[in-house]
Write a protein that binds this ligand. Sequence first.
Ligand code: ATP
Ligand code: MG
Length: 222
Amino acid sequence: MNPPLQIKNLTIQYGDRLILENVSFTLQKGEFAYLIGRTGSGKTSLLRTIYGDLKPTKGEVWVGETEVTSLSPQKLPFLRRKLGIVFQDFQLLPYRTVYENVAFTLEVTGWKDRKAIRERVMEVLFQVGLSARKDAYPHELSGGEQQRTCIARALVGAPILLLADEPTGNLDPEVGREIMMLLHQIARWGTAVLVATHHHPYLEIFPAPAYQCSNQRLVPCA
Ligand code: ATP
Ligand code: MG
C-alpha cells in the first residue's frame, strides 16, 4: 500500500516562471507536517498541485494509489474522496446549516442512504466539537466554528490526507491555536495532515516536522 502522499521530482511553473523545482516529499499515515516559507514561495501552488487544481510541469503526485497529475478533470471528484481540503476563507454554503454543509459533501460523492449520512455527519461533528451547533447557519457561527465546520466537511469522507492552506489565517490567536490543536488530533486519529502556515509560533507550541519552500526547493527544517 502506498503512503497517503508521495511527491516525486515535482516542478511547478507559471509560464516561464519557476516556482518549485524537483521537489520530493512523503507523508506517512497519521503524520503531521508544516509547510512554511515566505509569501510567494510556492506553498499554495504546491497544495493546489496535490489536490489536482494545478498541473505541474514535471513530476508525479501520488495520493494513496492515485496519481493526481495524470487524472482527467472528470476523475477529480474521485480524488476528493481520498483527500480533504481546508482553506483560510471558509467557503461554506451560506444557505445551508452546519449539518447540511457537511452532509452535502457526502451527497455529491454518491451517498444515498439518509440514515448512514446522518450517522456519519453526526460522528464527524462530534469529533470537531460542533454537535450542539449543527442547526446553525454559517453567519450565526464564530470564525472558529466556521473553520471547524470546514474541517468536518473535509473529514466526513474519511480521507487519507488532509491539506490545509493557512487554516488559522482569519482567526484570533487563541482560536487559531484550538484549530491547530484539532488538526494535530486528526493526524493522531490516522489521517496524514499537511498544513501551510505563516504563523511560526505554532511550530513551537505544537511541534512537528516542517518543510520550507525556499529558492524553488523544499527543504526540511531542523
Ligand atoms: P503566501 O504565503 O502569500 O500564501 P505562497 O507561498 O502560498 O504565498 P503561492 O501562492 O504558491 O505562494 O505563489 C507562488 C508564486 O507564484 C507567487 O510569486 C505568485 O505570485 C505566483 N502565482 C501564484 N498563482 C499564480 C497564477 N495563477 N499565475 C501566475 N503566477 C501565480
Ligand atoms: Mg499561499
